[in-house]
Unconditional design. Sequence first.
Length: 70
Amino acid sequence: MNEKPSKPSLGLKQVISSVAAALLGVQSDDNRQRDFSEGKFSHFAIVGGIAVTLFVLALIAIVQIVLSLT
């Protein structure tokens, strides 16, 4: 039988950590290499989409709070 050895996959905590570091611009080269070799694009896309959505909603909330104070 010709089974391919499965490559290790990143856990949810590592994916969230990598997405947060990438959004802040402080991702290390070692982690970036690990993400490309061990991670799945779909996991990063989903967590990244959620992170961006939460960021935009937080900005909208902050603007609403500031506008209600004036």
